[in-house]
Design a binder for this molecule. Structure first.
Ligand code: DGL
Length: 274
């Protein structure tokens, strides 16, 4: 793998990547917690969704994106995609000369903090759930926590459609989650980039007794700690720049991205990989 020319430089950007635009929810948390840092966000919009794809394919895509980000000189990489984290994180960590942080472990940590002896539900794409990554991460922190999981593949297209508060989404959510709601979970991990946008709706379906866990926040906090520990934090007041890159036509990220990022996106570059 390419050695990052920018590795070790405080002012180098942080690379954040996802299968598409959903990972902008993680970028949003990174910008909120680390306002002095620059980022390069890569959304693999030409090859999204990763959720139904095989582990070997997702790993190949994740390695290609990591190589691209390293060549751009990033000082750390955040794998914002739960599916890519579930299938590729150990490989990316082993191959990268900069810190690589995924979203599964931070989410697991937040879930265990919310329910140290209770029952935790995890929802995600088919690939994330089938990988067992969240179960393993939660049990390695708290072996007694009971973990129940469910793939909710229809949530991604519903969110992309903008139907975050739509009757159709509510019906789908009841179909997926009524059983969880009836069993009274202590916490529910939103194990997919798109699900935080459904927080109010999922909160209604699950009821007030279940804490919803958004791994984006926790990931940004862990990233801050890792940069601090490595002496890689940008200097306060240094100029920041945020680049947004898509592997397919930029229009979709320009149109839908601001809803995920919570801020305007003025320009999206197109970079084709693979
Ligand atoms: N980014 C993916 C995740 O967090 C969801 C979209 C996809 O299936 O690619 O798992």
């Amino acid at each position: 793998m390419v050695v990052a020319p920018g590795a070790g430089r405080h002012e180098a950007p942080i690379g954040v990547f996802d299968s598409g635009i959903g990972g902008l929810t993680v970028a949003r948390a990174v910008l909120h917690h680390l306002p002095d840092e620059s980022i390069i966000y890569f959304g693999d919009t030409a090859r999204v969704p990763y959720g139904p794809k095989s582990p070997v394919t997702v790993e190949r895509y994740a390695r290609e994106i990591t190589e691209f980000l390293l060549a751009e000189g990033v000082k750390a990489i955040v794998v914002a995609c739960n599916t890519a984290t579930a299938h590729a994180l150990p490989t990316l960590i082993a191959e990268s000369p900069v810190p690589v942080i995924g979203v599964v472990e931070p989410g697991a940590r937040a879930a265990v903090a919310a329910a140290p002896h209770g029952t935790v539900g995890v929802i995600g794409t088919a690939g994330t759930i089938a990988s067992g990554a969240y179960d393993r991460a939660i049990h390695s922190l708290a072996p007694d926590v009971q973990v129940v999981t469910r793939a909710c593949p229809l949530f991604v297209p519903l969110v992309e459609e903008g139907w975050t508060d739509h009757e159709a989404t509510r019906i789908v959510a009841h179909e997926y989650l009524d059983e969880f709601a009836a069993s009274g979970l202590d916490a529910l991990v939103l194990g997919c980039t798109h699900y935080p946008l459904l927080t109010p709706l999922l909160g209604d379906v699950m009821g007030p007794g279940t804490q919803l866990i958004d791994s984006a926040e926790q990931t940004a906090i862990e990233l801050a700690g890792r940069l601090e520990a490595a002496g890689l934090r940008a200097r306060t007041g240094a100029p920041v720049s945020h680049r947004f890159v898509a592997s397919d036509a930029p229009e979709q990220m320009l149109r839908l991205g601001p809803r995920f990022l919570g801020a305007p996106i003025e320009r999206v570059e197109r970079v084709v990989l693979g």
